[in-house]
Design a binder for this molecule. Structure first.
Ligand code: AMP
Length: 426
């Protein structure tokens, strides 16, 4: 279904044409029609599905239907999102969709001074996109007043719940006294998201554009069993052999990110790190350099990379598996975007094997295992089988001591083999 069939305001259609969108993505097909009628929506859509236009287009269309003077400190639409990067990204995209209208858009987030944001709010902004904490600060300072908000979007609601923002969010939304439409978007629909939806939404329509909690089906999932200490070597080997153009790497900790960064630097690979210890400026520069393809590798921790929209990203590497299977879905949302083919590559240590099963259950798909003799894969798998067999036996014949010894010997790695090929430069 094409956007042109929606009969949108010409200024909106013109912007969509300028963005190069023709066909709607599945979430857009379902959400736009319902939301432009003013109905509350609960939508399950992960990053990369075109969800921003799915909520922004119907809001912009309704704002254009009922034009209003922009008034100081009283936005018409409020979009709450968990991280600064996501707030910036949403603001850029929505400003694009609104580029031929008089509707103004601004992003508010922490880590930068309040003054500049306060001046913009006082001058008058129609659509405010904010992280919860920063909005609360502006509300306390009376820079913004929510009483007359007409449209509310909770973006990545599951993440806001995980990050403990929801009490603040509910407190802020309670300030809205006018009738308003609420659109709740979440990559995963957990019982807590459902509970939140029932508290915040009225007579809502539920939309599930993708299979529940599934990862984008344009993504190929593979995993390499590898010991923790061999992960850097595996990463460099794959980078060289498979000649990845650009890759986003997720690590669980800042320390792992820094360690990998140091190793890549030694090999003269263009890379940068994006984690919470880096200043906002450094993070922004790293993302900009990665987006403009100056960097081949961007290493990021979960929170720092939340919702990153990097066009045409072919490869996402999970240097570590995330603790929560839902986070796997979030992470790999950076690849296989808007119909393009992507690759999600996970490095799995023995300790992470159990998480694989949980992820496979969630995405309802078996992740392809790639055996690398030079990374001690085969011995590991056969040992795992033995360990499982023994642990079954141990329940009946109390052979748990043997299991423990087997487990320890399994952690021994083979002597390191040299990478087969060097990365060919582009
Ligand atoms: P989002 O999920 O909103 O972050 O969007 C993911 C990416 O898809 C962004 O780069 C959008 O510009 C792009 N996009 C959104 N909708 C469409 C569409 N209908 N056709 C092509 N690209 C789109």
């Amino acid at each position: 279904m094409n956007f042109s069939s929606l009969d949108l305001a010409p200024v909106l259609q013109q912007a969509i044409d300028a963005c190069g969108y023709k066909k709607m993505t599945p979430i857009q097909q379902q959400a736009i029609v319902v939301a432009r009628r003013g109905r509350d929506v609960l939508a399950s859509a992960q990053t990369g599905t075109g969800k921003t236009a799915a909520f922004a287009v119907p809001i912009l269309q309704q704002m254009l239907n009922k034009p209003k003077e922009t008034a100081p400190g009283t936005p018409r639409a409020l979009i709450l999102t968990p991280t600064r990067e996501l707030a910036e990204q949403l603001a850029t995209n929505i400003a694009n969709y609104a580029q031929f209208t008089d509707i103004s858009v601004t992003a508010l987030y922490g880590g930068v001074k309040l003054g500049g944001q306060a001046s913009k709010l006082k001058a008058g902004v129609d659509i405010v996109i904010s992280t919860p904490g920063r909005l609360l600060e502006h509300m306390t300072l009376k820079n913004v007043e929510l009483a007359n908000v007409e449209f509310v979007v909770l973006d990545e609601a599951d993440r806001m719940l995980d990050m403990g923002f929801i009490a603040d969010v509910r407190q802020m939304l309670a300030q809205i006294t006018s009738a308003h439409q609420t659109l709740l978007f979440s990559a995963t629909i957990s019982p807590t998201v459902n509970e939140l939806a029932h508290k915040l939404l009225k007579n809502h329509q539920e939309i599930r554009a993708t299979q529940l909690n599934s990862a984008a089906d344009t993504v190929q999932h593979v995993m390499y069993p590898v010991s923790e200490e061999d992960k850097i070597r595996l990463f460099k080997t794959l980078l060289a052999e498979q000649n990845w153009y650009q890759v986003l790497v997720f690590t669980s900790t800042k320390e792992q990110a820094d360690k990998l960064m140091a190793a890549l630097k030694t090999s003269k690979i263009d890379a940068a790190v994006c984690h919470a210890d880096k200043s906002q400026g450094a993070r922004r520069r790293a993302i900009a350099d990665f987006k403009s393809a100056k960097l081949q590798v961007l290493i990021a921790t979960e929170v720092a990379a939340r919702g990153l929209d990097i066009q045409g990203l072919d490869h996402v590497v999970n240097y570590n598996l995330p603790y929560l299977p839902e986070d796997y879905v979030h992470r790999i949302g950076r690849t296989g975007r808007a119909g393009q083919q992507g690759n999600a590559i996970s490095f799995v240590s023995r300790e992470e094997e159990r998480t694989v099963e949980r992820i496979e259950r969630l995405i309802n798909c078996k992740i392809k295992r790639i055996s690398r003799p030079d990374f001690a894969f085969s011995s590991r798998e056969s040992l795992l089988k033995t360990v499982r067999k023994h642990s079954k036996n141990s329940r009946t014949n109390k052979a748990s001591q043997t299991v423990i010894r087997m487990d320890k010997s399994a952690t021994k790695t083979k002597p390191k083999a040299k990478p087969k090929a060097k990365r060919t430069s582009k």
